[in-house]
Design a protein around this ligand. Sequence first.
Ligand code: FAD
Length: 239
Amino acid sequence: MDQNMPMLFSTRSLLRQILQSNILFLFFLAVCCTPPEDPVKCSSPNNTNCTITNSYGAFPDRSICRAGSAAYPATEEELIAVIANATRNGLKMKAATRFSHSIPKLACPGGKEGLLISTKLLNRVLNIDVKAMTMTVESGVTLRELISEAATAGLALSYAPYWWGLTVGGLLGTGAHGSTLWDKGSSVHDYVVGLTIVSPGGAEDGFVKVRRLNDGDQELNAAKVSLGVLGVISQVWIN
Ligand SMILES: Cc1cc2nc3c(=O)[nH]c(=O)nc-3n(C[C@H](O)[C@H](O)[C@H](O)COP(=O)(O)OP(=O)(O)OC[C@H]3O[C@@H](n4cnc5c(N)ncnc54)[C@H](O)[C@@H]3O)c2cc1C
Protein backbone atom coordinates (compact mmCIF):
# COMPACT_ATOMS: atom_id res chain seq x y z
CA MET A 1 0.00 0.00 0.00
CA ASP A 2 2.74 2.37 1.05
CA GLN A 3 4.61 1.51 -2.10
CA ASN A 4 1.63 2.73 -4.17
CA MET A 5 1.38 6.10 -2.41
CA PRO A 6 4.06 7.96 -4.40
CA MET A 7 2.40 6.72 -7.62
CA LEU A 8 -1.00 7.94 -6.38
CA PHE A 9 0.43 11.33 -5.49
CA SER A 10 2.22 11.69 -8.79
CA THR A 11 -0.97 10.74 -10.72
CA ARG A 12 -2.92 13.31 -8.70
CA SER A 13 -0.37 16.02 -9.21
CA LEU A 14 -0.23 15.18 -12.92
CA LEU A 15 -4.03 15.51 -13.11
CA ARG A 16 -3.88 18.77 -11.17
CA GLN A 17 -1.23 20.11 -13.52
CA ILE A 18 -3.29 19.17 -16.59
CA LEU A 19 -6.36 20.84 -15.06
CA GLN A 20 -4.43 23.97 -14.15
CA SER A 21 -2.87 24.30 -17.59
CA ASN A 22 -6.32 23.81 -19.21
CA ILE A 23 -7.83 26.49 -16.98
CA LEU A 24 -4.92 28.78 -17.85
CA PHE A 25 -5.46 28.02 -21.55
CA LEU A 26 -9.20 28.75 -21.24
CA PHE A 27 -8.42 31.95 -19.34
CA PHE A 28 -6.17 33.20 -22.14
CA LEU A 29 -8.83 32.24 -24.68
CA ALA A 30 -11.46 34.13 -22.70
CA VAL A 31 -9.44 37.36 -22.35
CA CYS A 32 -8.22 37.41 -25.94
CA CYS A 33 -10.05 40.44 -27.36
CA THR A 34 -11.16 41.33 -30.85
CA PRO A 35 -12.81 44.57 -32.02
CA PRO A 36 -16.61 44.38 -32.20
CA GLU A 37 -18.24 43.75 -35.57
CA ASP A 38 -18.99 46.69 -37.84
CA PRO A 39 -22.46 47.87 -36.71
CA VAL A 40 -23.44 48.71 -40.31
CA LYS A 41 -24.36 45.71 -42.47
CA CYS A 42 -25.57 45.82 -46.07
CA SER A 43 -27.02 42.77 -47.79
CA SER A 44 -26.92 44.02 -51.39
CA PRO A 45 -24.00 45.08 -53.55
CA ASN A 46 -22.97 48.77 -53.61
CA ASN A 47 -23.75 49.08 -49.90
CA THR A 48 -27.52 49.11 -50.28
CA ASN A 49 -30.27 47.47 -48.18
CA CYS A 50 -28.53 48.09 -44.85
CA THR A 51 -29.10 47.83 -41.11
CA ILE A 52 -27.32 49.47 -38.20
CA THR A 53 -27.22 48.41 -34.57
CA ASN A 54 -25.20 49.48 -31.52
CA SER A 55 -22.16 47.69 -30.09
CA TYR A 56 -24.46 45.52 -27.95
CA GLY A 57 -26.24 44.27 -31.07
CA ALA A 58 -29.67 45.55 -29.94
CA PHE A 59 -31.30 48.92 -29.38
CA PRO A 60 -33.33 49.40 -26.16
CA ASP A 61 -36.64 49.05 -28.05
CA ARG A 62 -35.35 45.84 -29.74
CA SER A 63 -36.23 47.23 -33.15
CA ILE A 64 -33.98 46.89 -36.20
CA CYS A 65 -32.89 50.12 -37.85
CA ARG A 66 -33.02 49.77 -41.63
CA ALA A 67 -31.44 52.18 -44.08
CA GLY A 68 -31.51 52.31 -47.85
CA SER A 69 -27.75 52.59 -48.21
CA ALA A 70 -24.44 53.33 -46.53
CA ALA A 71 -21.59 55.56 -47.69
CA TYR A 72 -17.97 55.34 -46.60
CA PRO A 73 -16.27 58.63 -47.55
CA ALA A 74 -12.50 58.48 -47.08
CA THR A 75 -11.82 62.21 -47.45
CA GLU A 76 -13.59 65.46 -46.67
CA GLU A 77 -14.14 66.00 -50.42
CA GLU A 78 -15.88 62.62 -50.71
CA LEU A 79 -18.03 63.45 -47.67
CA ILE A 80 -19.09 66.76 -49.26
CA ALA A 81 -20.05 64.95 -52.48
CA VAL A 82 -22.04 62.29 -50.57
CA ILE A 83 -24.05 64.89 -48.61
CA ALA A 84 -24.69 67.05 -51.67
CA ASN A 85 -25.94 64.06 -53.63
CA ALA A 86 -28.17 62.78 -50.79
CA THR A 87 -29.65 66.25 -50.22
CA ARG A 88 -30.38 66.64 -53.93
CA ASN A 89 -32.25 63.32 -53.76
CA GLY A 90 -34.16 64.27 -50.61
CA LEU A 91 -32.68 61.51 -48.45
CA LYS A 92 -32.61 61.49 -44.66
CA MET A 93 -29.08 60.85 -43.44
CA LYS A 94 -27.16 60.26 -40.22
CA ALA A 95 -23.53 59.97 -39.20
CA ALA A 96 -22.54 56.48 -38.06
CA THR A 97 -19.24 55.27 -36.65
CA ARG A 98 -17.14 52.11 -36.75
CA PHE A 99 -18.18 51.21 -33.18
CA SER A 100 -21.61 52.72 -32.46
CA HIS A 101 -21.22 52.66 -28.69
CA SER A 102 -24.26 54.81 -27.95
CA ILE A 103 -27.01 52.65 -26.54
CA PRO A 104 -30.01 54.59 -27.97
CA LYS A 105 -30.90 54.64 -31.66
CA LEU A 106 -29.03 57.90 -32.33
CA ALA A 107 -27.42 56.84 -35.59
CA CYS A 108 -30.63 55.62 -37.24
CA PRO A 109 -31.54 57.88 -40.18
CA GLY A 110 -35.25 56.98 -39.98
CA GLY A 111 -37.17 55.57 -42.92
CA LYS A 112 -36.05 52.63 -45.02
CA GLU A 113 -34.67 55.00 -47.69
CA GLY A 114 -32.25 56.74 -45.31
CA LEU A 115 -28.50 57.01 -45.79
CA LEU A 116 -25.90 56.00 -43.22
CA ILE A 117 -22.71 58.03 -43.56
CA SER A 118 -20.01 56.02 -41.83
CA THR A 119 -16.81 57.68 -40.62
CA LYS A 120 -15.02 54.30 -40.67
CA LEU A 121 -12.59 55.46 -43.38
CA LEU A 122 -12.39 59.06 -42.25
CA ASN A 123 -9.74 58.11 -39.75
CA ARG A 124 -6.48 59.97 -40.30
CA VAL A 125 -4.45 62.12 -37.97
CA LEU A 126 -3.82 65.17 -40.18
CA ASN A 127 -1.47 67.29 -38.12
CA ILE A 128 0.27 67.42 -34.75
CA ASP A 129 1.69 70.73 -33.56
CA VAL A 130 3.84 69.81 -30.57
CA LYS A 131 4.70 73.42 -29.70
CA ALA A 132 1.05 74.55 -29.65
CA MET A 133 0.04 71.14 -28.21
CA THR A 134 -2.76 70.71 -30.77
CA MET A 135 -3.82 67.90 -33.07
CA THR A 136 -6.01 67.98 -36.17
CA VAL A 137 -7.80 64.69 -36.78
CA GLU A 138 -10.58 63.32 -38.93
CA SER A 139 -13.73 62.54 -36.98
CA GLY A 140 -13.49 58.75 -37.34
CA VAL A 141 -10.18 58.59 -35.43
CA THR A 142 -10.67 56.54 -32.27
CA LEU A 143 -9.82 57.69 -28.77
CA ARG A 144 -7.27 54.90 -28.68
CA GLU A 145 -5.52 56.26 -31.81
CA LEU A 146 -5.74 59.81 -30.49
CA ILE A 147 -4.02 58.87 -27.21
CA SER A 148 -1.45 56.73 -28.99
CA GLU A 149 -0.55 59.35 -31.65
CA ALA A 150 -0.37 62.07 -28.99
CA ALA A 151 1.96 59.88 -26.91
CA THR A 152 4.22 59.23 -29.91
CA ALA A 153 4.62 62.99 -30.25
CA GLY A 154 5.31 63.36 -26.52
CA LEU A 155 1.84 64.75 -25.71
CA ALA A 156 -0.93 63.46 -23.45
CA LEU A 157 -4.64 64.08 -23.01
CA SER A 158 -5.77 65.36 -19.62
CA TYR A 159 -9.34 64.23 -20.33
CA ALA A 160 -11.02 61.07 -21.65
CA PRO A 161 -13.93 58.74 -21.03
CA TYR A 162 -12.59 55.44 -19.71
CA TRP A 163 -13.65 53.53 -22.84
CA TRP A 164 -11.25 53.96 -25.73
CA GLY A 165 -13.13 52.27 -28.63
CA LEU A 166 -14.98 55.52 -29.37
CA THR A 167 -14.52 57.95 -32.23
CA VAL A 168 -13.79 61.65 -31.93
CA GLY A 169 -17.05 62.47 -33.81
CA GLY A 170 -19.12 60.22 -31.51
CA LEU A 171 -17.45 61.58 -28.37
CA LEU A 172 -18.31 65.12 -29.41
CA GLY A 173 -21.82 64.23 -30.58
CA THR A 174 -22.76 62.78 -27.18
CA GLY A 175 -20.75 65.17 -24.98
CA ALA A 176 -18.78 62.22 -23.60
CA HIS A 177 -16.59 62.87 -20.58
CA GLY A 178 -14.31 61.33 -17.98
CA SER A 179 -13.97 62.42 -14.37
CA THR A 180 -10.92 64.66 -14.03
CA LEU A 181 -10.93 68.12 -12.40
CA TRP A 182 -7.62 68.85 -14.12
CA ASP A 183 -7.42 71.75 -16.58
CA LYS A 184 -10.87 72.53 -18.10
CA GLY A 185 -12.44 69.36 -16.69
CA SER A 186 -13.24 66.06 -18.30
CA SER A 187 -15.51 66.76 -21.29
CA VAL A 188 -13.68 66.14 -24.54
CA HIS A 189 -15.56 68.92 -26.40
CA ASP A 190 -14.18 71.56 -24.01
CA TYR A 191 -10.78 71.00 -25.62
CA VAL A 192 -11.97 71.37 -29.21
CA VAL A 193 -10.80 74.69 -30.65
CA GLY A 194 -12.12 74.23 -34.17
CA LEU A 195 -13.92 71.85 -36.48
CA THR A 196 -15.37 71.45 -39.93
CA ILE A 197 -18.99 70.33 -40.25
CA VAL A 198 -20.65 69.39 -43.52
CA SER A 199 -24.45 69.87 -43.68
CA PRO A 200 -27.19 69.79 -46.30
CA GLY A 201 -27.57 73.08 -48.18
CA GLY A 202 -29.93 74.71 -50.62
CA ALA A 203 -29.75 74.53 -54.42
CA GLU A 204 -27.89 77.86 -54.40
CA ASP A 205 -25.09 76.21 -52.32
CA GLY A 206 -24.88 73.11 -54.51
CA PHE A 207 -27.00 71.25 -51.89
CA VAL A 208 -24.18 71.26 -49.32
CA LYS A 209 -22.79 73.69 -46.74
CA VAL A 210 -19.27 73.39 -45.32
CA ARG A 211 -18.67 75.34 -42.12
CA ARG A 212 -15.18 75.76 -40.69
CA LEU A 213 -15.74 76.94 -37.12
CA ASN A 214 -13.01 78.23 -34.83
CA ASP A 215 -12.78 79.32 -31.18
CA GLY A 216 -14.96 82.41 -30.78
CA ASP A 217 -17.46 81.35 -33.47
CA GLN A 218 -20.93 81.38 -31.91
CA GLU A 219 -21.89 78.20 -33.74
CA LEU A 220 -18.94 76.14 -32.50
CA ASN A 221 -20.57 74.98 -29.24
CA ALA A 222 -23.76 73.90 -31.03
CA ALA A 223 -21.80 71.98 -33.65
CA LYS A 224 -19.70 70.14 -31.05
CA VAL A 225 -22.46 68.39 -29.05
CA SER A 226 -25.10 67.94 -31.72
CA LEU A 227 -26.04 64.22 -31.63
CA GLY A 228 -25.33 64.19 -35.33
CA VAL A 229 -28.41 66.24 -36.24
CA LEU A 230 -26.61 69.30 -37.65
CA GLY A 231 -24.40 67.55 -40.17
CA VAL A 232 -21.33 65.34 -40.27
CA ILE A 233 -18.18 66.63 -38.59
CA SER A 234 -15.26 65.89 -40.88
CA GLN A 235 -12.23 67.36 -39.09
CA VAL A 236 -11.57 68.33 -35.50
CA TRP A 237 -8.84 70.58 -34.14
CA ILE A 238 -8.19 69.54 -30.56
CA ASN A 239 -6.02 71.10 -27.81
C1 FAD B 1 -19.04 50.39 -22.30
C2 FAD B 1 -19.28 51.86 -22.48
C3 FAD B 1 -18.64 52.75 -21.66
C4 FAD B 1 -18.87 54.12 -21.79
N1 FAD B 1 -18.21 54.97 -20.96
C5 FAD B 1 -18.43 56.28 -21.04
C6 FAD B 1 -17.74 57.19 -20.20
O1 FAD B 1 -16.93 56.82 -19.40
N2 FAD B 1 -18.04 58.51 -20.32
C7 FAD B 1 -18.96 58.95 -21.21
O2 FAD B 1 -19.20 60.16 -21.27
N3 FAD B 1 -19.60 58.12 -22.04
C8 FAD B 1 -19.37 56.80 -21.96
N4 FAD B 1 -20.04 55.95 -22.80
C9 FAD B 1 -20.95 56.50 -23.79
C10 FAD B 1 -20.07 56.80 -24.99
O3 FAD B 1 -19.12 57.79 -24.65
C11 FAD B 1 -20.82 57.33 -26.13
O4 FAD B 1 -21.75 56.34 -26.46
C12 FAD B 1 -19.80 57.54 -27.25
O5 FAD B 1 -19.27 58.80 -27.14
C13 FAD B 1 -20.23 57.20 -28.59
O6 FAD B 1 -19.10 57.20 -29.43
P1 FAD B 1 -19.13 56.43 -30.81
O7 FAD B 1 -17.89 56.85 -31.51
O8 FAD B 1 -19.37 54.99 -30.62
O9 FAD B 1 -20.36 57.17 -31.54
P2 FAD B 1 -21.79 56.61 -31.97
O10 FAD B 1 -22.46 55.96 -30.81
O11 FAD B 1 -21.66 55.83 -33.20
O12 FAD B 1 -22.51 57.99 -32.32
C14 FAD B 1 -22.94 58.87 -31.28
C15 FAD B 1 -23.68 60.07 -31.90
O13 FAD B 1 -22.73 60.93 -32.52
C16 FAD B 1 -23.07 61.14 -33.88
N5 FAD B 1 -21.82 61.22 -34.63
C17 FAD B 1 -20.85 60.29 -34.73
N6 FAD B 1 -19.84 60.71 -35.52
C18 FAD B 1 -20.21 61.94 -35.95
C19 FAD B 1 -19.61 62.89 -36.83
N7 FAD B 1 -18.44 62.66 -37.42
N8 FAD B 1 -20.27 64.05 -37.07
C20 FAD B 1 -21.47 64.32 -36.49
N9 FAD B 1 -22.09 63.45 -35.65
C21 FAD B 1 -21.46 62.27 -35.39
C22 FAD B 1 -23.95 59.96 -34.29
O14 FAD B 1 -24.84 60.30 -35.32
C23 FAD B 1 -24.70 59.71 -32.98
O15 FAD B 1 -25.80 60.59 -32.87
C24 FAD B 1 -19.79 54.60 -22.76
C25 FAD B 1 -20.41 53.70 -23.62
C26 FAD B 1 -20.17 52.34 -23.49
C27 FAD B 1 -20.87 51.38 -24.40
